[in-house]
Design a protein. Structure first.
Length: 61
């Protein structure tokens, strides 16, 4: 029950800070209590080639 309360607290604080979209994923690679945030930049997907600037079809000059 304590973990659920921590998640609710985290969501409440993000909503209070004005975060309008929240996606939560669990991870076995992060330490307990550690968090990682990713930001969405418009209509592209977070981590996509467009968002990271690593376009696979970009011709080098």
């Amino acid at each position: 029950m304590e973990q659920l309360e921590e998640v609710i607290k985290m969501l409440d604080s993000m909503a209070d800070a004005g975060v309008s979209r929240i996606k939560i994923e669990t991870s076995n690679t992060l330490e307990e209590g550690e968090e990682k945030k990713a930001y969405h930049h418009g209509r592209c997907d977070v981590g996509s080639p467009f968002a990271t600037g690593k376009l696979f079809d970009l011709e080098e000059e």
